[in-house]
Design a protein around this ligand. Structure first.
Ligand code: GCO
Length: 483
């Protein structure tokens, strides 16, 4: 099953020559880097994964059922009926995987904690072993000088909570906050950065709206809007619970895949229109989380189907965060100025032949990595922005010499990172970048058919092999510049 509708569309920017070796050399021996290609000092290079996509071990150490267990085991829901039962076996191979990270030279690792490992029933008694694995992982990361950045919710909702309504129920928001506070109190001595939700817009729209992700529902608008409201409320209550439970100095924020609106031509009028469009098209997500109100256009658009909410809800949703994480793969829309319309902007259709990566939803639009953070900084005066995901799937077949020459991913990364460097050079406060993903993994409804990793995974032997792109990324990190 494809996820065609996942992230809208994009368009292609210029290309950049590619010349890398699969095995990176000594950075000091490389040609001098053009200053225009450098990233700021202390730029945080990282990589990202998520629990259900890599861990496997779904019945070990008391883990409860999640909605993704139920969904993936329902025939026809996931391509090839793949499940995350084994995934990449990371639960038992995490030390090998930390070694892969160390070889890349990443300074930070974004992983997620499986709620049903900690609270098998979602609420009630925490499982005594629930955090053991994460404690081992965190200690291993720290021993290798890699900072752990933990996401609390990357879509594996305890099935017991879904049985009571999932995100349609306000109680789930409260339960999420309790779980977040519980975790923060126990890992906050070593984990200084926590994300609340990963991509509310994806798990609500795909899971509760289109039914192509767990829990597979197609709710009518009023109920869908209410579920979305409870999810952003859960974010805000979790921020408060983390502040109450964690040690001082713990930083918290969301990781949201904002709808990035790119000006169709980079002139002042179209740039303003793209800013307005970004604010409106994220109204139910980042806009309400950072402004504490639903925009008038959002309330007019939802009309009688608008969510029920209180002023206290809005205040909680907008609890101050320390940074904003944004996942960016492609522009969602190209936008032009439309001065004669009430909104002042119009969406520009793209051509049918627009280039895309292996997954059709991932159109090639590197400039999204410039405009996304720039809009967030401008619209909401955010001072610390992280790209919490960016990457692409490729065909990725090992060649006779065993190497995966993923030239498409190398092209993708060079072009996207060129635009990210452009953002930093222009003063946009983007502080770090987490590449999705460390290794091939369970790509939700696409199962194992889409490979997003820097490392190729042989799912029979679980052997990991660095791809050409791993060599590129290692060079970029070593030089702190485009390689
Ligand atoms: C998402 C998730 C990741 C995906 C990645 C590639 O956005 O869907 O955060 O879990 O695997 O984005 O689609």
């Amino acid at each position: 099953m494809s996820a065609l509708t996942r992230r809208g569309f994009a368009r292609m920017a210029g290309t950049t020559a590619v010349c890398v070796s699969a095995t990176a050399g000594d950075a000091a021996a490389q040609p001098t880097t053009d200053i225009a290609q450098r990233f700021p000092q202390d730029f945080l290079w990282g990589t990202a994964t998520a629990s259900y996509q890599i861990e496997g071990a779904v019945t070990e150490d008391g883990r409860g059922l999640s909605i993704w267990d139920t969904f993936s085991r329902t025939p026809g829901k996931v391509r090839n009926n793949d499940t995350g039962d084994v995934a990449t076996g990371h639960y038992h191979r995490f030390k090998d995987d930390v070694r892969l990270m160390a070889a890349l030279g990443v300074k930070a690792y974004r992983f997620s904690i499986a709620w049903p490992r900690v609270f098998p029933q979602g609420t009630g008694a925490a499982h005594p072993k629930g955090l053991d694995f994460y404690n081992r992982l965190i200690d291993e990361l720290l021993a290798h000088g890699i900072a752990p950045w933990a996401t609390l919710y990357h879509w594996d909702l305890p099935q017991a909570l879904q049985d009571r309504g999932g995100w349609e129920s306000r109680d789930t928001a409260r339960a999420f906050a309790d779980y977040a506070g519980h975790v923060a109190a126990r890992i906050g001595d070593r984990v200084k950065h926590l994300f609340t939700h990963n991509e509310i817009s994806a798990f609500i729209e795909l899971g509760y709206g289109q039914g192509i992700h767990a829990p597979g529902l197609k709710l009518p608008p009023k109920r869908l809007n209410q579920a979305r409201h409870h999810a952003v409320l859960g974010h805000g209550l979790a921020v408060q619970a983390i502040r109450a439970a964690a040690q001082p100095g713990t930083r918290v924020g969301p990781a949201e895949n904002i709808n990035v609106c790119v000006p169709v031509i980079e002139t002042e009028e179209h740039i303003r229109a793209a800013e307005r469009a970004t604010r409106e098209l994220n109204a139910g997500y980042l806009t309400v989380m950072l402004e504490g109100r639903y925009t008038e256009a959002f309330l007019a658009w939802t009309g009688a189907d608008a969510p029920s909410f209180t002023a206290e809800d809005l205040a909680a949703i907008a609890s101050p965060v320390d940074f904003v994480g944004i996942n960016i793969y492609a522009p969602h829309n190209y936008v032009r100025a439309a001065p004669d319309t009430p909104s002042g902007f119009a969406l520009v259709p793209i051509t049918a032949t627009f280039p895309h990566m292996q997954t059709p939803w991932l159109k090639v639009g590197p400039e999204a990595l410039y405009w996304g953070p720039r809009h967030v900084a401008k619209l909401w005066n955010v001072k610390d922005i992280y790209i919490t995901e960016n990457g692409c799937a490729g065909t990725d077949t090992p060649a006779a010499d065993g190497i995966v020459y993923d030239t498409d991913r190398v092209m993708f990364l060079r072009n996207y990172l060129t635009q990210l460097q452009r953002a930093t050079a222009a003063g946009v406060p983007v502080r770090g970048y987490f590449l999705w993903s460390l290794l091939d993994n369970f790509e939700w409804a696409d199962g194992y058919a889409s490979r997003f990793g820097l490392h190729y995974v042989d799912y029979v032997t679980q052997k990991r092999t660095p791809k050409l792109s791993a060599g590129l990324y290692r060079e970029i990190i070593a030089r702190n510049a485009l390689a």
